[in-house]
Design a protein around this ligand. Structure first.
Ligand SMILES: [Zn+2]
Length: 251
């Protein structure tokens, strides 16, 4: 066991996570509908960077300390974190699709949650408020505890009804529908909505051209503004849509 993992039990106050934190985590891999999805968590350092921005500085610092003292343990922790991410993604995607959850998925989720520190000691004052937890070791359950809590709160709460997957099948971005009508279809209009509009526009033009070739030849081609030239998402750098990740500093 590494020196960091042997550290004596210590207490931390972790802010209550928003339900979108788990979505930020699973969306660290995107273009999931493509043969080669984009992976942003490629090593221990990138996971530490994500934790720093989306969870808190203490979690990131803990992982960096482990990486310095025991690179192999940090790498194993990283590999497990990605396994847990994919497990969470499968669960959340099944909720979006209203698919029956497999017993193995439910059990895996339960095991992950069970491994996180217990949330039974709320700290209301002084600020920042949060859950006081006792950490016994540096492991993936400690690092990802807020992500797991967020997923549980989302899966069991009212926000579950607003969980969506981007209508662009190649994208696969998960988000909470914040529209009044509850009809948001895209991760963002700029990332995917406009591409779909461009594709529909091109399709209509081609149908018109087939129906009336002479008229189509006389009309100059027109592209909707701000859209990919051929609807090919790969041609346009992905811009992360509205993100809810936020920097929070621990006590
Ligand atoms: Zn999208």
């Amino acid at each position: 066991m590494s020196p960091a993992a042997r550290a004596a039990p210590r207490q931390r106050v972790i802010a209550a996570p928003p339900p979108t934190l788990c979505l930020d985590f699973v969306n660290t891999r995107y273009w999931r509908g493509r043969s080669a999805p984009t992976e942003t968590l490629v090593d221990v350092a990138s996971l530490a960077g994500w934790l720093q921005g989306a969870v808190d500085a203490q979690a990131a610092a803990g992982l960096k300390v482990l990486a310095r003292s025991d690179a192999g343990a940090a790498r194993r922790l990283f590999d497990t974190a990605l396994e847990w991410r994919e497990s969470l993604h499968g669960l959340l995607r099944a909720i979006v699709d209203a698919s029956p959850l497999r017993a193995t998925e439910v059990e895996a989720f339960g095991r992950m949650l069970h491994a996180t520190p217990a949330r039974h000691d709320p700290v209301l004052q002084p600020e920042p408020a949060g859950w006081r937890v006792t950490m016994h070791r540096l492991d993936v359950a400690e690092l990802l505890a807020p992500v797991l809590w967020s997923a549980a709160d989302l899966a069991l709460g009212s926000a579950r009804a607003r969980l969506r997957c981007c209508a662009n099948e190649a994208c696969g971005w998960l988000f909470l529908d914040d529209s009044k009508a509850g009809t948001r279809r895209w991760c963002s209009m700029s990332a995917c909505g406009n591409r779909a509009k461009a594709r529909r526009h091109g399709l209509r033009q081609r149908e018109r051209a087939r129906a009336d070739p002479a008229a189509a030849a006389a009309r100059p081609p027109r592209q909707p503004r701000s859209e990919a030239p051929d609807g090919d998402a790969a041609a346009v750098p992905f811009r992360a849509p509205r993100r809810s990740g936020r920097s929070r500093s621990g006590p």
